[in-house]
Write a protein that binds this ligand. Structure first.
Ligand code: NVA
Length: 361
């Protein structure tokens, strides 16, 4: 870093000028082994059999190669825009493991750092994730965490979950479209993925999902203390997992929402004069097999600053809308990465943005 007085880890929101980012890796990625939580979080029921059959094995090479190409383009754009890109340490995800409470055929991957590390200010929080197969995923990021710690960052792990049967509702069946929302998690222990929260200075927005329970939200609020306000957002999603294709403060005064999932925007936005930007219908063909996420992944953009935004090539309606809202979209191919993973926000975690802790309300 040029300025030694500036924190090496510093991320208060989604839009301060981005200086350093961790981007996931396709290397060694496995199909997630089948587990009860997958039924609650993966929308495409027709693809569950694929997971049941291939969980714990490498993804087909052609899917990995295509995802790698997208990731290379993403990294190339980030570097060209002046961002330092870091990547996880190669890790053998294929090893089976067991705890006193559960066994897993393997781990999954280090495709999506956004889920694993919650970076708030100068603090890295390893999150208490609900997918058993992701229990050790944080190991791929330990070298980076140690390096950032040595350079001055704070680094903690949330309480390590047990993930026994008691964490999941017995006999859970995900709701059909239109049925009342429900999630698979009990309140046995605090659980959340980092991507269940989104930052907006002193205010953080979190939605309960099948990876995030109320206990997890309470833990986060108490851990962060009175400097922060953690707000629970009400969403509607039959297979809820992560907030960043649902509710996304893109810049001061500009909130992007998913019209199918957000029925009521908290009053604080209207009171503070925020514009509510409604994400247009995704353009990804419905026929594309999406193993991990829905077509609404188009919302999962990455802000390089208050204007520049990396957005998926092919999502022309969103690209036009972003231009109309005053942003400068940078299109990047990403549908192939999204097929096995997620969007730009999922595939990365911002380590340092140049800005201070502020309130935007
Ligand atoms: N679970 C969300 C993606 C979150 C990044 C979806 O499938 O739309």
């Amino acid at each position: 870093m040029d300025d030694p007085s500036y924190p090496v880890v510093n991320a208060h929101n989604e839009w301060d000028p981005l200086e350093e980012i961790i981007v996931g890796t396709v290397e060694g990625a496995l199909v997630p082994p089948w587990d009860v939580i997958l039924e609650a979080t993966l929308h495409r029921q027709d693809l569950w059999d694929f997971h049941k059959q291939h969980g714990g094995s490498p993804w087909p090479q052609e899917l990995l190669d295509a995802a790698q190409k997208d990731l290379d383009e993403f990294i190339c754009i980030l570097k060209a825009e002046g961002v330092t890109v870091r990547q996880p340490t190669p890790y053998d995800f294929s090893r089976p493991f067991a705890t006193p409470d559960f066994e897993s055929k393997s781990s999954c991957y280090a495709l999506m750092p956004r889920d694993v590390l919650l970076i708030i200010g100068d603090q890295i929080i390893e999150t208490p994730m609900g997918w058993r197969s992701r229990y050790h995923e944080t190991h791929a990021y330990k070298d980076l965490c140690k390096e950032y710690f040595r350079a001055g960052a704070r680094w903690v792990s949330a309480p390590r979950p047990q993930l026994s049967q008691e964490s999941y509702v017995e006999g859970f069946v995900a709701p059909q479209e239109g049925e009342p929302m429900r999630t698979i998690l009990t309140e046995f222990e605090p659980l959340f993925d980092a991507a269940d929260a989104i930052k907006c200075g002193r205010d953080l927005f979190v939605a309960q999902s099948s990876c995030c329970n109320r206990f997890g939200i309470d833990w986060l609020q108490r851990h962060l203390g009175p400097e922060y306000r953690v707000h629970e957002i009400e969403v509607y999603d039959t297979h809820p997992m992560h907030i960043d294709a649902t509710f996304y403060p893109l810049a001061p005064g500009k909130l992007l929402i998913n019209p199918e999932r957000i029925q009521r925007v908290p009053e604080m936005f209207g009171k503070s004069g925020w514009d509510i930007l409604v994400c247009p219908e995704p353009m990804m063909p419905e026929s594309r097999p999406m193993y991990n996420c829905s077509r609404w992944i188009c919302m999962n953009v990455l802000m390089l600053d208050e204007k520049r935004v990396i957005v998926s090539k092919g999502e022309d309606r969103l690209i036009q809308a972003l231009k109309g809202w005053g942003f400068a979209p940078i299109p990047c191919s990403f549908w192939n990465f999204s097929t096995i993973g997620g969007g730009f926000h999922c595939a990365s975690v911002d380590v340092r943005r140049r800005g201070e802790l502020q309130s935007y309300f």
